[in-house]
Write a protein that binds this ligand. Structure first.
Ligand SMILES: Nc1ncnc2c1ncn2[C@@H]1O[C@H](COP(=O)(O)OP(=O)(O)OP(=O)(O)O)[C@@H](O)[C@H]1O
Ligand SMILES: [Mg+2]
Length: 251
């Protein structure tokens, strides 16, 4: 099977940094996989996500070497808009992501952009609002919502767009444990029912593993480890040091 995301000997250095943040990365993610990425603060997890969705190098300039292919595209050529057709991103700080005056408008934004007919737009917004449990909030302003509600609206916004890859960068950061569990349940439901490829970056391991993932990629210093049914399909180096890469098939 061809990977949907493939980093090959990929190095990226932010223009303002002296050393590369990502160094010699080899990582392949296959269509439909649900991968959890964990690692210490500052290890480059968000940078990795930004390389996938095109924010690197278009919003965050720098130099890269090696290759990165996402859904057959090179994000550094496809641009942020081009990549938004393939990758949906939910950021830790959801506030900056809201565009619409109401929750409904916000969820419908991608469809409006694609000139989808109104009747279809209403029914699709209704459908995803039901899934993420924000149907009663459709006429509210996104800024009036709680952290958990904002998170769910953000999820609806990426679910409605017909993208193949969903990136969640610390989706639990602003949520209490109970709401965090709901968010993980929701991500799990999306992954199982849509067959989309899902990457979750998260510090809160225990909460993130509340539902199964296919693999865990650990970024940071340390040893290579193997165990039951593990395979080394990913290797991530971090600032010239060999890093742990732990790939678990079904926990
Ligand atoms: N826009 C930027 N310009 C320059 N350097 C950056 C930029 N964003 C991140 N960096 C640097 O890259 C390194 C990795 O940052 P990144 O945000 O990818 O880490 P992270 O693993 O996501 O950390 P956290 O777990 O705290 O979110 C840091 O040393 C940071 O200073
Ligand atoms: Mg981060």
């Amino acid at each position: 099977m061809t990977p949907i995301i493939e980093f090959k000997d990929y190095t990226f250095k932010y223009r303002s940094q002296v050393e590369p943040t990502l160094y010699n990365i080899d990582l392949a993610v296959y269509p439909g996989e649900k991968v959890l990425i964990v690692g210490p603060s500052g290890s480059g997890k968000s940078t990795l996500a930004h390389c996938i969705n095109g924010l690197v190098p278009f919003s965050f300039p720098g130099e890269s070497s090696g290759t990165l292919t996402v859904g057959g595209q090179d994000p550094s050529k496809a641009g942020i808009f081009g990549m938004s057709k393939l990758v949906g991103t939910v950021l830790q700080d959801t506030d900056g992501q809201f565009i619409g005056l109401t929750v409904a408008e916000d969820i419908a934004f991608a469809l409006e952009n694609d000139c989808v007919e109104q009747a279809e737009m209403f029914s699709k917004v209704d459908e995803v609002a039901e899934i993420v449990d924000v149907k009663t909030l459709l006429s509210h302003a996104p800024t009036e919502l709680s952290g958990g509600q904002k998170q769910r609206v953000s999820m609806a916004g990426v679910m409605i767009d017909d993208v193949d890859i969903l990136l969640f960068d610390e989706p639990l950061a602003n949520l209490d444990p109970a709401t965090g569990k709901k968010a993980i349940d929701l991500i799990d439901k999306i992954s199982r029912t849509t067959g989309k490829t899902v990457l979750i970056i998260e510090h809160r391991l225990e909460d993130a593993l509340y539902r199964d993932v296919d693999r865990i990629v650990v970024v940071g210093d340390g040893l290579w480890r193997t165990g039951n049914r593990m395979s080394f399909s990913a290797r991530i180096s971090w600032k010239r040091k060999v890093s742990v890469s732990l790939c678990i098939s079904r926990l």
